[in-house]
Design a protein around this ligand. Structure first.
Ligand code: SAM
Length: 232
């Protein structure tokens, strides 16, 4: 057997940590969807975080990605993906690209993913890493995702990774019939709950999942004025 070079050894160690993350943090908490688990084993989370926190990429925690924003805890990414019920035919809108990690997980499972980020630097970083990893079914957009992406609507699935005061009306409108919206709802900086909204022929139906904590969704159909948040 040829010995591994230093780069290969490092990649091998990250793969082992990723597999341990899936077993210890995700499966142990009751997520067993094989496609979601496979996506989490595939996407190299350490490439989506700033180098200063790369050694913590597979920890059971949210991590800072700059500009007061975070990459969500792996379990929350897994749970939101399960709740969204993404299939290979899904046309997905993600609001809040952040690091691009949740985008990559969605892109592993969906036909097409549109992701909107309000911070220019984050949108740029997410776009570059997603392209480098070959996610050709992703389009990144700079803008206010609380307004959705009317020119690409309707969407089968919408995943919002920042907390809104209530489900943003433009997102409810842009959800296809039979579609699902997953969105954290609650006060900025306070206790929030993950909500799943389904759209049927009769209208919209909301079900609450687990308590959570997300950074606020800033924008016209989100929070308009949150102290300490810089403009994009
Ligand atoms: N999904 C991300 C990941 O995997 O790294 C985590 C996203 S972070 C918790 C929330 C993101 O939402 C931040 O990057 C923030 O800039 C962005 N955001 C907040 N309000 C937004 C808006 N109206 N439109 C688009 N992005 C927004």
């Amino acid at each position: 057997m040829t010995p591994r070079g230093p780069q290969e050894t490092l990649e091998h160690a990250q793969t082992e940590r990723r597999h341990a993350m899936v077993e210890g943090q995700i499966e142990r908490r009751g997520v067993h969807d094989p496609d979601v688990l496979s996506a989490l084993r595939t996407v190299p989370r350490h490439l989506f975080v700033p180098t200063e926190v790369e050694d913590r990429a597979y920890d059971d925690a949210a991590l800072p990605i700059g500009f007061g924003q975070t990459i969500s805890q792996p379990y929350i990414v897994a749970l939101m993906t399960v709740l969204a019920e993404v299939t290979l035919r899904s046309r997905v809108l993600e609001v809040g690209s952040g690091s691009g990690y949740q985008t990559a997980i969605l892109a592993e499972l969906a036909d097409r993913v549109y992701t909107v980020e309000r911070r220019r630097e984050l949108e740029e970083r997410a776009r570059l890493i997603l392209a480098k990893l070959g996610y050709h079914n992703v389009t990144t957009v700079l803008g206010d995702g609380s307004l959705g992406l009317p020119e690409q609507a309707p969407f089968d699935r919408i995943v919002v990774t920042a907390a809104a005061p209530s489900p943003p009306p433009p997102l409810l409108e842009q959800l296809a019939e039979g579609g699902r919206l997953v969105v954290p709802i609650g006060p900025a900086g306070g206790d929030q709950v993950l909500v799943v909204v389904t759209r049927t022929a009769d209208g919209w139906h909301e079900v609450e999942s687990i308590p959570c904590r997300f950074v606020p969704l800033l924008g016209e159909s989100g929070y308009r004025d949150v102290e300490g948040q810089e403009p994009p």
